[in-house]
Design a binder for this molecule. Structure first.
Ligand SMILES: C[S@@+](CC[C@H](N)C(=O)[O-])C[C@H]1O[C@@H](n2cnc3c(N)ncnc32)[C@H](O)[C@@H]1O
Length: 242
């Protein structure tokens, strides 16, 4: 009999944690890519950087490599614990806190840049991202940069959405997932995930984001010089200045 673990994306991250771990091969590969992307889009910028939805710190440590003084925040205690352990082990200056994106003012710090890397946007409803962007404006210096690295889910839904997906992790465990619901009143879809070997199933809820939606929220919250670039496939960068 399968155990129902509820609606809980931490199980999805647990299954795919190698990707988010800065010490694994895929984590190191992602960090190199983030160093390249952040180096390009934050060229000439230095100082304090806030990494929102930092996970285990792949982008936070990339920011440190580029000479920033980074702070990473995430809602996952496990990820923040791992990021803190890594920073101590490698004698890095990056700081990490368990905190929601909508609580960044409580850090009581001012930043030169705020980044959302590695597609954290599906976790945010329209209201939550609106609040997070407004608060980012409040904690940024004048001319500070806000940067989003994310998937255009509208493009993905039109072109290559897979209603049934079979994924494997590095341990060769299989995870099946099935499209279960599209909710156009909140802009989200749900999938049902099944990990047969663990005898577990859970639901994941993903908010749909696309460049024009994000650009609208940035404009509404007084950001200037808003630009979006298509990196590859459905991956985008949107950058704006306070
Ligand atoms: C797709 S992962 C990206 C992690 C990391 N940026 C990376 O690229 O390795 C999204 C992260 O956002 C975190 N998250 C979800 N909701 C959040 C919120 N409201 N505030 C801050 N972080 C959140 C999750 O715990 C998860 O670690």
């Amino acid at each position: 009999m399968f155990k129902d673990k509820g609606t809980d994306m931490t199980l999805h991250y647990k299954f795919k944690q190698q990707i988010y771990n800065p010490e694994t091969l895929s984590g190191k590969f992602r960090m190199k890519r983030f160093v390249r992307i952040l180096g390009e889009y934050l060229a000439g910028k230095k100082g304090k950087a806030l990494d929102v939805g930092c996970g285990m710190g792949v982008a936070t440590f990339a920011l440190e490599k580029l000479g920033f003084k980074p702070v990473g925040i995430d809602t996952s205690k496990t990820f923040i614990g791992k990021a803190k352990d890594l920073a101590t082990k490698k004698k890095l200056i990056s700081k990490f806190y368990v905190k929601k994106a909508t609580e960044i003012e409580s850090l009581k710090e001012v930043f030169n840049t705020v980044v959302f890397m590695g597609n954290p946007l599906p976790h945010f409803s329209m209201d939550e991202l609106d609040t997070a962007i407004r608060k980012s404006w409040n904690v940024l210096n004048i001319d500070g940069i806000i940067l989003f690295h994310y998937m255009d889910w509208v493009e993905r839904l039109f072109s290559s959405y897979q209603r049934v997906l079979v994924e494997k992790n590095q341990e060769n465990e299989v995870m099946l997932s099935y499209h279960s619901m599209l909710d156009t009143t909140s802009g989200a879809f749900e999938r049902l995930f099944v990990i047969p070997e663990r005898g577990e199933f859970f639901k994941g809820r993903f908010y749909i984001w696309s460049p024009w939606l994000l650009e609208y929220l940035l404009k509404k919250n007084r950001f200037k010089k808003i630009e979006s670039d298509n990196l590859e496939g459905s991956l985008w960068i949107t950058k704006a200045t306070r």
